[in-house]
Structures are given as C-alpha cells and as structure tokens.
Design a protein around this ligand. Sequence first.
Ligand SMILES: [Zn+2]
Length: 144
Amino acid sequence: MIVFDLACECGLIFEGWFGDRGDFERQEAEGLLVCPACGGAEVRKILSPVCRYCRGQGGDGPPAAAVSPETKAMELLKILQNYVLNNFENVGPRLCEESLKLRYGLAEERNIRGGVTPAEEEMLGREGIKLLKIPLPVKPEEDA
Ligand SMILES: [Zn+2]
C-alpha cells in the first residue's frame, strides 16, 4: 500500500490509498480520483514533506512500511491498554463500589479499573461518575 496526499480544487486535502504508484497513476489517468467532499475529479497529488509512516527513510518504501488505518488504531489501542494496565489498580468487580468511595473521599485517590454491570454503570452515571470503557486483553489470572 502507498499513501498520497491529494488535493482537490475545492481546497480539500485528503489521503488516497493505492496498491502502488502504478495503481495511482492508472487511476489518475482514467479520471477515477474523485474528491470525497465535492465529487470533483480535479484532484492532483501534492508532495508530502515527509513520509509520515517511515519518517522520510526512503519515501515510497516497501509495502511493509505502510500502515493501514486499522493497524494504526490497534497500535493506539495497545498503547492505551498498556497505560491502563500499568497505571490503574485492578479492583475487578468492585469497580462500582470503589468508584463511589473515591467520589466521596472514602478511599485513597488513585486510578482504578475493573468491571461493572449495566445497572451499576447506570447508577454511577446518576452519581456523575463517568466510566471510560476500553477493551482490554483478557488476563485470566487477573480476572480470577
Ligand atoms: Zn473537492
């Protein structure tokens, strides 16, 4: 995969994903490049100052250097997961109870994570406690 920054005459700049440079050139020649905003076909490739994926090391690098949007999202999720796993105390099914204790100053201030039932979540919501829900990798030894 290769990513080009494309610019439409309407002013929109967007990313185009192509199998390779030839794929881009073929689509350009056949007028298949269409602006997602205005639908216009006056789309041209603009030069990216630095390849955002390989940081300038070889521009149109090998396919392995390209990252799909899904992969980027998964990497971000992994970073978030690691942060939560390393910085939040796992209180497991006591999340609701512990959140309320924190809320009313009955427990030491700290970051906690765990699970709640839908009813608990609703109750916490009424208390003004918002939960951030992210999928975490299942660690059987922790959930015991
Ligand atoms: Zn446009």
